[in-house]
Design a protein around this ligand. Structure first.
Ligand code: ZN
Length: 471
């Protein structure tokens, strides 16, 4: 706090004595302390990865994860802690995932099923593989041209600070299997949507268009995918055949839930600040980066912001269930609470590396608040962006209410090395960068939770968000 002294000396006494200034100073101290020595975030992510581990949506493992989070929030003093149940369609991966090139260069490849993949018959399928360099190449293939074949789809994903290459390569997984199935393929394998060269396939959700029967769909690790591509080059036109065996299945409806907890504000009738993350992970991943760290960051920020004094507004933490397999928790939360106005939503779901940019969707409608937040996080190395924040996957309620959103962009250079793999473990989290996240979030949450005016427009608080008001 020493560096504040010259600044304080230069300020008129009247300003020094305002409650707003005292509050800002307390918040700055709480954020500085978080940067130096926050233990809440590490305690959460270390705890859930150690005591629970992988927690696939809709399964007993996710239920244990939610129970663990409920106990943690209660122990840390959150109020109104609950696990709000909802029903979802649950897919499980099974215990067989094998791929073997049978000709011309016989050898095994590492493969894992994609979420919603169909199963092969027992003993597997064997078929000729057709190579598509991109999902667009597959899209251009004639109807029925894949009858009886297995499609292989590649891509050229590279790490990017803002994670933008996920949007570039992601369609290979999101829509590739459905496209292949609709053109008659009996199976599909993709190059994992990831950026590491470990022999770990990256799983993740896929989907099949209405009326198209799900086919077995797997991800090859990047080294195996590259090996397969070299085989194509050396096959010189000879057919390349693959045997694929996987036994995932749909369980039908099972229960998941959204874990919530609150720091109750001085005026609980004001719309709350909503901090979101997701509690589930894929079965093959302990979910340290995705998204144990996110839940750790939002919960720690709520606790640290409260150290600066009870906030004006309630701060609500939403640890959504079943994000990975189709945003079930986010949709269920919005459905259950749509008529309860949210002041602003922020989400952490991009690992544990440092926050580098702040964006909001009120830069034009409420420039004073946008500038104030930008100035407050600059000290942590966060730049002010000019993109319009769209919020994360678990903020459906705020988008449905057309409410205020903030994006605190994290450095994504390592994120897709770990995403949806067994490598997403605690040791990958850098405690210093984790604390930088908590410090930035503490500042932002503290400012928002003490904002008396409408966050979206800066004007008086509307009785309900626009979407819910009669036209
Ligand atoms: Zn996630």
């Amino acid at each position: 706090m020493n560096r504040l002294v010259p600044v304080l000396a230069a300020l008129p006494l009247a300003f020094l004595s305002t409650p707003a200034f005292a509050q800002t100073q307390a918040l700055e101290q709480a954020a500085a302390a978080a940067l130096e020595s926050d233990t809440y975030a590490w305690d959460f992510v270390e705890g859930i990865t150690t005591e629970v581990g992988p927690r696939q949506a809709g399964t007993e493992a996710e239920a244990r994860g939610r129970a663990w989070a409920v106990a943690w929030l209660k122990a840390k003093g959150f109020a109104n802690v609950a696990d709000e149940p909802f029903m979802m369609d649950t897919w499980v991966p099974g215990d067989i995932a094998r791929a073997r090139v049978t000709a011309p260069f016989a050898q095994d490849l590492t493969v894992l099923p994609l979420g919603n993949s169909g199963a092969t018959p027992a003993g597997g399928i064997e078929a000729e593989v057709v190579f598509f360099r991109t999902v667009d190449e597959l899209r251009a293939a004639p109807a029925e041209s894949l009858a009886g074949k297995i499609a292989y789809i590649s891509h050229q994903m590279r790490p990017a600070q803002d994670g933008s290459h996920y949007g570039f390569a992601g369609p290979v997984r999101w829509v590739g299997p459905g496209l292949a199935a609709s053109k008659g393929a009996v199976g599909v394998v993709i190059k994992s949507v990831g950026t590491d060269h470990h022999r770990n396939p990256h799983t993740g959700g896929t989907s099949f268009p209405e009326g198209v029967k799900p086919i077995p769909a797997g991800a090859l690790s990047l080294p195996d995918a590259e090996n397969l591509e070299r085989m194509f080059a050396r096959a010189k036109g000879r057919p390349l055949t693959l045997r694929l065996e996987m036994n995932p299945r749909q369980l039908g409806k099972t229960e998941s839930g959204n874990v919530v907890g609150e720091i109750v504000g001085q005026n609980p009738s004001l719309p709350p600040v909503l901090l979101a993350c997701h509690i589930d992970s894929w079965w093959n991943s302990p979910g340290a980066f995705d998204d144990g760290a996110g839940c750790a960051i939002v919960a720690a920020a709520a606790l640290n912001a409260a150290k600066a004094g009870q906030p004006l507004r309630t701060v609500r933490v939403l640890m959504a269930g079943a994000e990975e397999t189709g945003l079930w928790g986010s949709k269920a939360y919005s459905e259950a609470h749509l008529d309860e106005a949210i002041a602003v939503g922020i989400e952490s779901d991009f690992g544990a590396d440092r926050v580098w940019r702040f964006d909001s969707n009120f830069r034009e409608s409420n420039p004073a608040l946008h500038k104030r937040i930008a100035a407050a996080v600059a000290r942590f190395g966060v730049s002010a962006g000019s993109d319009i924040a769209t919020g994360g996957a678990d903020l459906n309620i705020v988008r449905d209410q057309k409410g205020a959103l903030i994006d605190l962009q994290q450095d994504g250079m390592r994120y897709f090395d770990l995403h949806h793999t067994p490598d997403d473990t605690l040791d990958k989290i850098d405690p210093v960068q984790l604390r930088q996240n908590v410090a930035v979030w503490t500042m932002v949450v503290g400012i928002l939770a003490n904002e008396a005016n409408s966050i979206l427009t800066g004007g008086p608080i509307p009785s309900a968000p626009k979407i819910m008001q009669a036209p």
